[in-house]
Design a protein around this ligand. Structure first.
Ligand SMILES: NC(=O)c1ccc[n+]([C@@H]2O[C@H](COP(=O)([O-])OP(=O)(O)OC[C@H]3O[C@@H](n4cnc5c(N)ncnc54)[C@H](OP(=O)(O)O)[C@@H]3O)[C@@H](O)[C@H]2O)c1
Length: 251
């Protein structure tokens, strides 16, 4: 299947590794040009080496409004416009309710919600120059059911879905598609780190996934490349689980 991505231009955030990198790789494999960002320049340079000549990077900390403005102005200078954005950021810290101060809540809100707000705001003028623009928000299965010990993710990510669903009406007149993906358990460094604290949880998690295994990043990247592509032109306002069947609710 041809995703019609050749020579289109995408921004994939928080993408030196993990889910973001898998999306960048999938887009590049289909002939798209991709800008990735994250905080560590040497990790970004290494990632772009793997992506090849269609990859480029900008160093940006998504908790800093100025970095997001700089990221988009770099893209404007380089490309003049954008066909799509994969909105992704690092994960909030794990822990139970009693372990978090007001400051922890504010920091996680800034990372999880405000990064998505600011990326959307700054990307809109660039997306309006495309004939097939789309935004894909990466959230989590935690927007459908809470994950143990990930209170901040459980509490804050639904705000991004609320924004996406509202934008699906507001941005439709500009032809900008918006959707969200909800990864379940995809084996990345973050998941390895989370489970290294409680290794006994892994077998419990695996037994709760109907497919009996965690996803690999390539499986996630392929779904996201499709949703961002012009081939998904009638998918708008959708929330798609990529979870091996983990979520068991009817809706
Ligand atoms: N993997 C899963 O199964 C899963 C499931 C549900 C939700 N999620 C969520 O998906 C997101 C990505 O997870 P992952 O598994 O890909 O994690 P990962 O493997 O740890 O990769 C995280 C990426 O985000 C970048 N990053 C972190 N903080 C950043 C910031 N402030 N500004 C810019 N870039 C930043 C990291 O680079 P630097 O540290 O160098 O900046 C890295 O490139 C997280 O929010 C996570 O909670 C993951």
């Amino acid at each position: 299947m041809n995703l019609l991505l050749k020579d289109r231009r995408y921004l994939v955030t928080a993408a030196s590794k993990g889910l973001g990198f898998s999306v960048a790789k999938a887009l590049v494999a289909e002939g798209a040009d991709v800008t990735i960002c994250s905080r560590d320049e040497s990790a970004l340079a290494q990632a772009v080496k793997t992506l090849g000549s269609r990859g480029r990077y900008v160093v940006a900390d998504l908790t800093r409004p100025d970095d997001i403005v700089h990221l988009m102005s770099d893209i404007r200078k380089q490309w003049g416009g954008l066909d799509g954005v994969f909105v992704n950021a690092g994960g909030p810290p794990p822990g139970p309710f009693v372990s978090f101060s007001d400051n922890d809540w504010q920091r996680s809100f800034n990372l999880t919600v405000m990064s998505a707000v600011r990326l959307t705001r700054e990307a809109l003028p660039l997306l309006k120059k495309s004939d097939a623009p789309s935004i894909l928000y990466s959230t989590s299965i935690s927007v459908k059911q809470p994950i143990e010990n990930l209170l901040l993710s459980n509490a804050l990510r639904p705000a991004v879905v609320g924004m996406m669903r509202t934008l699906s009406r507001e941005l439709a007149t500009d032809g900008i598609r918006v959707n969200a993906v909800c990864p379940g358990w995809i084996r990345t460094d973050r998941v390895r780190q989370l489970l290294s604290r409680t290794p006994e949880r892994e077998s419990e998690i695996l037994s709760s996934i109907p497919l009996g295994r965690m996803g690999n990043p390539e499986e996630f990247g392929a779904v996201c490349a499709f949703l961002l592509s012009p081939l998904a032109s009638y998918v708008h306002g959708a929330l798609l689980l990529v979870d091996g069947g983990l979520y068991q609710g009817m809706m």
